[in-house]
Design a protein around this ligand. Structure first.
Ligand SMILES: [Zn+2]
Length: 146
């Protein structure tokens, strides 16, 4: 991944943090808000697959995964997920441009394709065989195959 780091906002008055930009703290109403750069690591709280594009720009991308990710710093944000990212998995993310918008994109932490050098995952990684580790991975009936 190559994008900007993910940022969030923090209240300097009460210490609460959150992701979407606000002018006042949702907890104590203070305006003493600062923007903080997240380390980019987090854990998947929920994940789903989008089959129906919300707009024309997203149509070439479907199906794609989105999820709720809890950053290590605390805030929860909605993000795109790359590859097989089960709920509870540790992920790392950056801000990436997807369908013309800059949004957080997370991929599973510690996978080899990040350290392999200049290889970019531009959505064509069909040849990548994922899932070498851990036999007996629980597969739920979550997939919808017609
Ligand atoms: Zn506050």
């Amino acid at each position: 991944m190559s994008g900007e780091p993910i940022t969030y906002e923090r209240c300097n008055s009460c210490g609460r943090n959150w992701v979407l930009p606000r002018t006042l703290c949702p907890s104590c109403g203070s305006a003493a808000i600062e923007q903080v750069t997240a380390c980019g690591n987090g854990r998947v709280f929920a994940a789903t697959v989008v089959y129906r594009a919300p707009s024309e720009a997203y149509r070439p991308l479907v199906p794609y995964r989105i999820g709720l990710v809890d950053l290590d710093e605390g805030p929860r944000l909605m993000a795109h997920l790359q590859g097989e990212v089960p709920i509870g998995a540790c992920v790392e993310g950056r801000m990436e441009t997807v369908a013309g918008e800059t949004i957080p994109v997370f991929a599973r932490a510690g996978t080899d394709d990040r350290t392999a050098g200049g290889e970019r995952g531009d959505g064509n990684g069909t040849g990548n065989h994922v899932g070498g580790q851990g036999g007996g991975r629980h597969r739920s009936g979550r997939r919808h195959r017609p």
